[in-house]
Design a protein around this ligand. Sequence first.
Ligand SMILES: Nc1ncnc2c1ncn2[C@@H]1O[C@H](COP(=O)(O)OP(=O)(O)OP(=O)(O)O)[C@@H](O)[C@H]1O
Ligand SMILES: [Mg+2]
Length: 403
Amino acid sequence: MPLYEGLGGIGLINEKNITVVFDFGAAYTKAGFAGETGPRVIAKSEVICRETGKTVPVFQAKDDEELRHHLVDFIHKLYFRHLLVNPKDRRVVVVENLLGPSSVRNILAKVLFRHYEVLSVLFVPSHLVSLMTLGVTTGLVVDMGYQETTVVPVYENVPILYTWQALPLGGKAIHSSLNELLLDRALILGEDGKEQRLSAVKQKLSDKVLEDIKVRTCFVTTLERSGRVQSNKYDRSVEPPPPAPSVQYPMSGSSILTIPGTVREMATEVLFEMDEDLLTLPSMILNALRQCPIDTRQALAGNLVFIGGTASVKGMKHRILSEVQALVSSPPFMDLLKLNSFKVHQPPAKDNYVAWLGGAILGGTEAVVLRSLPRDQYILNDTVPDWCNLAYNSKDESDEKSV
Ligand SMILES: Nc1ncnc2c1ncn2[C@@H]1O[C@H](COP(=O)(O)OP(=O)(O)OP(=O)(O)O)[C@@H](O)[C@H]1O
Ligand SMILES: [Mg+2]
């Protein structure tokens, strides 16, 4: 092969038919090609509803038929506006959440096979493939996305599925806490030069503005500072820590929002507030470890992997680690988990597309040929083999004979 043709085909299945990799998320969808180091696009998971003409989240639909329409329109946009390739007869890798509903996966398969006539689809679990980016086989993977945070430990490339944990603690929870705090404490300087409380002007800030404020100004405070703020609430004699500097944020028009330092610091605390059931982000990690076989716990604790966009908030990983270390030496975890060291991996990509990158690595290997579901097989009975379906998971007769 002359070099001027490029090196793209080397080591990959076929340059012309390079596999497409999707990671569909509640807030953002990552799409690109296998064997590349990052997605070509990170698009908002939104479509224009055919009935109302309004922009709505892709996965928010009243029934299966509407979801199918949303997916057809959204995938069309991904292929023809962003990736600029023809879906027909091209392989696809879909990075999916192991805990996601089977109905969504079935509709997605229907759209890809029946509408776009793709050659094959390989569904890969996001927690498992994220480890491929690090080259390790064991890790406790915490996916902190928009809708929820999910924890799945993986030991020697096998997800320990029965120990999964999930809580609605993600970007969405931070946005609603930030909205409340801003309405309560922020001041807005209007075009007329008058300063007033934000709640006097607005009832709710849009998700887009909240996200921008969060990414630009918010951070996760340290365990020690957070403890002093909490103590001050109940006991006024405890001095609160000096607040972080406030920030001037330009809003639409010429009005300026003054975001107090306490709001910047406290908006993310919602992920760490412990309720009566002791359910918070750090306790999810310890609960998952507690349910794992005893001889796997130390290896898992030494290989924590945080993925998902919410893990990128400044100070997040440091805070989770210090909370976990504090929690493991106090009841009820102290007697159950005798763990002494927790370590966090640094993935070779931005947190929000680590899972996509894992799918892109897998999509560049033989697995995409050997393990994918081909269109011919799907067309026979219109179902996707599923690990939780007994029809595909029952013991083979030949297995029984050989025992
Ligand atoms: N650098 C960053 N700093 C802070 N937050 C960020 C950053 N990058 C992304 N986010 C937040 O991460 C969230 C999106 O993360 P991600 O793309 O992993 O979610 P998703 O995959 O769409 O959601 P889910 O996994 O729940 O389906 C958004 O709330 C976004 O605001
Ligand atoms: Mg996600």
